[in-house]
Design a protein around this ligand. Sequence first.
Ligand code: DC
Length: 228
Amino acid sequence: MKVAIDGPAGSGKSTVAHAIADRCGLTLLDTGAMYRSVALACVERGLDLEDRDAVAEVARAVAITFGKDERGQTVQLDGKDVTSAIRTPEIDKAVSPVSANPLVREAMVAQQRAIGEGIDVVAEGRDIGTVVFPDAEVKVFLTADPAARALRRAVQRDGGDAAKDADATADESAVAEILADLIRRDEYDSNREASPLRPAEDAVHIDSSDKTVDEVVDLIVKLMEEAR
Ligand code: DC
């Protein structure tokens, strides 16, 4: 079975996809981590991120792998652990032009399909239900209002989890800065030419603003049971 979870940054895709992978024994595929890893590789090489061919060459050359340790899922770039290095504000910015590059997307989609070949996967991203796994049995488009998404990201950056702790708070100026960046990224992701963020026609829309992780996961597990 393939479960596709698409939606904007901070909608809770990652937390929900992790929970489904754990609860239902599916392999987790975090496609955002792959675009982030390519962005990091390009930044490390000092490349001009608008140089489509040079960036695509890096995307084709690097090896991105996933592992597991006490932190949960880990990401390796050419064998080096980059789990934390791909989640900095610098990479948040660098990943936009990298993921808008159609040649990079071509390389990533091919790798994502190869990873999913013949196995049960819960994949999260922007184009899973539309491009990567258009035949996925379950497609979810997860949203949340921008203020809720910004707060979650800010709490996450402080090492907390707003989805599990309803009373979690974060520094107001940090939330405002993240909110501005989320809005910028939403615009960019939704308006780019290559695979813009949009729901698949047959996706089920879930708004997670006022829902706990468990409530969202329960809804998706129900969809999975109906699809079997
Ligand atoms: O989900 P995330 O924030 O880790 O994603 C990082 C960036 O990669 C984000 O700007 C959108 C882009 N992305 C994409 O274009 N397609 C995907 N399938 C996953 C992520």
